[in-house]
Write a protein that binds this ligand. Structure first.
Ligand SMILES: Cc1cc2nc3c(=O)[nH]c(=O)nc-3n(C[C@H](O)[C@H](O)[C@H](O)COP(=O)(O)OP(=O)(O)OC[C@H]3O[C@@H](n4cnc5c(N)ncnc54)[C@H](O)[C@@H]3O)c2cc1C
Length: 423
């Protein structure tokens, strides 16, 4: 009989990816008594959800859900967290794998108190990827204000040559520009792969004008524009002139369910657009919001969320595929040409801001070979004690990702038990 105890020499579970799925898998396994090594390639935990303004369906800020998990992680000595860490090699046999992890330097040690003295003196700037490039940070920066770990990080590629201003400004001696990449090896019984998703590159959808006209943004960018800690302090404005848009058009399935781009449905984009329409309505009760859609897909309980938003936000819904978006040079407005299917005619709509509901692409870069992928690139399985969970397996919302992470933790725990029993 397996009795979880930290003193036993059981091998840990490796969790790859520190988004909501990986955090859940790590926590469930650790709280069941198993040791976990959680590796995350970015400087913080939380993944994509950390950058959202609010979560559907409850419309609560991500800090609520993530904070509970972060508190549980901080309290649990069985979880070892490595940020800026990626798997280099994973070799071995079921129940007994050797994982080699490369940890890139943060250049800021645990002595950091996040006092910001380093950033105040830093002369260099970099594009803020957390804010979709819509703002800049100093070369030494805190990824966002409630990031975990709450510790600065230095983008050395952005540093001025020979500059040591941050070293001199830090009275805790937390800056170490001499840090080098490290390689760590772990003997693990199983691995959970939870590397999540990235947005489809909207500039590949030629007819929708992304990258050509400033007032066409993606759904991911809109989350940052709406977030109080985002580049516009939560005001949703047109990138061209910083003014709040009066007419907003959402284009559903931007590249999705399209043989030339993503042939599948990303399942969360409809709910994301209705959520974002509610942000716009809250900021401007008179905003005219139109959503062009092929089909509205709101699985399960999301149907209630949809009905509520449509009723309260007064959204105009047009069933029709958008064929082309063009800019109007003197106003920076957009002209959207679409087919209105129910009326059987072509229409041209005008908008001050267009939001492209782009889909989810599985994030599989940096994973060792050997995982089976489906026809769309999502990981469908593998041989051995590997458990795949979250959006790298299929597009899904946070609630489903949490369930998936929990299921993966159970599978990995069974692998640990098997490895203990087989000695
Ligand atoms: C515009 C938009 C809005 C959305 N809004 C909502 C919402 O309101 N409510 C909701 O329920 N769902 C929403 N979703 C869906 C939600 O984003 C996903 O359910 C959630 O992000 C899935 O979490 P995940 O952990 O699987 O992936 P991610 O959030 O992508 O996390 C994966 C983590 O793995 C890390 N990683 C990747 N590769 C590696 C590697 N090789 N090594 C180590 N680490 C790696 C990444 O850096 C990241 O931290 C939305 C989706 C979109 C597109």
């Amino acid at each position: 009989m397996y009795e979880p105890a930290t003193t036993r020499a059981d091998k840990p579970i490796l969790v790859i990816g520190g988004g909501i799925t990986g955090m859940t898998a790590a926590l469930e396994a650790a709280e069941a008594g198993c040791r976990v090594v959680l590796i995350e390639k970015s400087p913080y935990l939380g993944g994509r959800t950390a950058s959202f303004h609010l979560y559907f369906p409850k419309l609560c800020p991500p800090v609520c859900g993530l904070e509970i998990n972060l508190q549980r992680i901080k309290r649990n000595p069985r979880i070892q967290i490595l940020t800026l860490a990626e798997l280099e090699r994973l070799e071995g046999l079921p129940g007994n794998y050797q994982a080699t992890v490369k940890v890139s330097p943060r250049y800021v040690t645990e002595a950091c108190t996040a006092c910001n003295a380093c950033a105040e003196v830093c002369p260099s700037k970099r594009a803020d990827d957390f804010n979709a490039g819509f703002s800049k940070t100093k070369a030494v920066y805190l990824p966002f204000k409630w990031a975990f770990p709450l510790r600065y990080v230095i983008d050395r590629a952005a540093c001025a040559n020979g500059c040591r201003a941050c070293v001199e400004a830090c009275k805790y001696e937390a800056v170490n520009l001499g840090q080098q990449p490290e390689r760590k090896t772990f003997s693990v019984a199983a691995a959970v792969v939870a590397t999540g998703w990235e947005p489809y590159d909207a500039s590949r959808i030629d007819n929708l004008g992304f990258g050509k006209y400033p007032n066409i943004v993606t759904n991911v960018t809109l989350e940052r524009l709406a977030a109080p800690d985002g580049p516009t302090q939560g005001k949703i404005v047109r990138p061209s002139d910083g003014q709040p848009p009066k007419q907003i058009v959402f284009v559903q399935c931007a590249g999705s369910r399209d043989e030339n781009h993503l042939p599948y449905c990303s399942s969360v984009c409809c709910a994301a657009s209705f959520k974002q329409a509610s942000y716009l309505r809250a900021q401007n009760p008179k905003a005219e919001i139109t959503i062009f859609y092929i089909d509205i897909r709101m699985p399960g309980r999301l149907e209630e969320f949809y009905s509520k938003v449509v009723k309260e936000a007064g959204i105009r819904l047009i069933k029709g595929k958008v064929g082309r978006i063009e800019g109007e040079p003197c106003t920076d407005d957009l002209l959207i040409t679409a087919e209105e299917i129910l009326a059987g005619k072509k229409i041209i709509a005008r908008a001050g801001l267009v939001v492209l509901a782009t889909g989810i692409v599985p994030q599989t870069r940096g994973l060792p070979p050997g995982f089976a992928v489906d026809e769309f690139g999502f990981i469908s399985g593998s041989e051995g004690d590997f458990y795949i969970a979250g959006c790298v397996k299929r597009p899904q919302d946070v609630a489903a990702s949490v369930r998936d992470g929990t299921g993966a933790a159970l599978g990995a725990l069974q692998s640990v038990v098997r490895s203990v029993q087989s000695g």
